[in-house]
Design a protein around this ligand. Structure first.
Ligand SMILES: [Zn+2]
Length: 86
């Protein structure tokens, strides 16, 4: 019913910082696709970027970590709240 949301089971840490110099959580399937065809991925925190295969170590993004710890249901509520605010 809903659009694609990051599932806890497939969320992985990506060591790719770009602008923010943080490691973000993204959907594993999306990450694989990104590696293959170069499509951007969306992190839990909303950051969008094209990950590289050769990651550098960064600290975990605090916002991603917080959302990850909320679990699937908590994230859904959080994203719904954001959608209303936007
Ligand atoms: Zn993040």
């Amino acid at each position: 019913m809903s659009e694609t949301r990051v599932d806890e089971r497939t969320a992985v840490r990506v060591d790719e910082g770009d602008h923010e110099r943080f490691s973000h959580y993204v959907d594993k399937a999306k990450l694989t696709e990104a590696y293959v065809v170069g499509t951007p991925v969306i992190a839990l925190c909303g950051k969008v970027w094209v990950p590289s295969r050769d990651p550098t170590r960064f600290p975990v993004c605090p916002e991603c970590k917080r959302l990850y710890d909320l679990g699937p249901e908590g994230r859904r509520l959080e994203w719904e709240r954001r959608a209303r605010e936007d």
